[in-house]
Design a protein around this ligand. Structure first.
Ligand code: ATP
Length: 321
């Protein structure tokens, strides 16, 4: 193997650049040439491909987003799209690939592997919703941003004795809400993985108020409902002088945390080792602080499990006095 390619696909996530850099630097060390593929599978099909150099990579580890750009390209689910991509791989002499993205991107990577071009996947998403990995690249940065925002909101909640409902991202997963909620000392966390009892939450807030604890933050995952909708429900159960805030896309951006950079570096390094061993169709993860790999097919059959011990713990922290 002499040449490999790398692309980023699906939603962008902080740390994707660090992953691309790690793949390329490790591959250079093995004497490989590395091609960057712009715009995910769309750029592959269009032949938007260029050689990566140390110079190109030199200022990338600290940058958010993805300098290889990302795109949605549903046509890659069709064989015609895949064959066009393979034409380009042949043209550039690329023999294997690393794909950084979510579950959809892994499907594309698996198709390429089935066509004889080994592809390894790295989990790049702020949602942390990928099975067989405790953490995805970008989650820690999004979490840090969310907690910083909630801390600021808490200042106003305290000053004005208000209840703030704060919506964090995560799509169908509650991970960001769970981690941000615990880290910001939320009085309640609402996630898609658990039923919520609005009556109990309202009663809890009343109890707090009677005890002189007159502000609160409720962190809600976007996968449940919007902050505005939850606030409207809460208002039917009492007068809390409540406010709703959606943190929004700032969670997707920004310079990756040190932890995300290190995770991306370890995963990128390992992806090259797998390709050198002639392996493809594998998704890299981190489990119990060990870098691991699993067949992509196994991921498609498995659901991601959020750490609900955080939910139980937070509820215990907020038991009625
Ligand atoms: P995110 O979790 O951020 O949405 P994702 O990788 O799951 O990331 P998708 O939009 O689902 O995002 O997929 C990204 C790209 O992967 C698609 O635009 C398409 O090019 C490719 N892809 C998705 N599903 C398939 C499939 N079944 N077969 C081949 N390629 C696919």
């Amino acid at each position: 193997m002499k040449k490999i390619g790398i692309l980023t696909s699906g939603g962008d996530a902080p740390g994707m650049n660090a992953a691309v850099r790690a793949v390329a630097l490790r591959a250079f060390d093995e004497g490989l040439e590395v091609y960057g593929i712009n715009y995910g599978f769309a750029g592959l099909v269009a032949g938007d491909i260029f050689p990566l150099t140390r110079e190109v990579l030199s200022d990338k580890i600290s940058r958010g987003g993805t300098f290889l750009y990302s795109a949605r390209y549903p046509e890659f689910a069709q064989v015609e799209g895949q064959l066009k991509g393979i034409e380009q791989l042949k043209k550039f002499g690329i023999e294997a690939l690393v794909v950084v993205g979510g579950d959809g991107s892994y499907h594309g990577a698996l198709r390429l592997t089935e066509h004889g071009y080994n592809a390894v996947g790295l989990p790049g998403t702020i949602d942390n919703d990928v099975p067989y990995t405790d953490f995805t690249i970008g989650f820690d940065t999004a979490l840090t941003t969310a907690v910083d925002a909630i801390d600021k909101i808490r200042d106003t909640a305290t000053s004005h004795q208000r209840v703030f409902v704060v919506e964090v991202m995560g799509r169908g997963a509650g991970d960001l809400a769970l981690w941000a909620g615990v880290a910001a000392g939320a009085e309640a966390i609402v996630v898609p993985e658990e039923d919520y009892d609005i009556d109990a939450i309202a009663k809890q807030l009343e109890t707090y108020r009677e005890a002189g604890h007159d502000n609160a933050v409720i962190v809600i995952a976007e996968g449940v409902m919007s902050a505005q909708e939850f606030k409207a429900e809460l208002d039917k159960h009492g007068d809390f002088d409540s406010r709703a805030t959606t943190i929004g896309h700032v969670q997707r951006g920004g310079s990756p945390t040190a932890r995300d950079r290190v995770l991306a570096s370890k995963m990128g390094n390992y992806a090259v080792e797998l390709l050198l061993a002639g392996k493809g169709g594998l998704a890299v993860g981190i489990e119990n602080n060990q870098i691991t790999e699993h067949a992509m097919e196994d991921l498609f059959d498995e659901k991601h499990h959020a750490d609900l011990s955080l939910y139980d713990m937070n509820n215990k922290f907020n038991q009625k006095d």
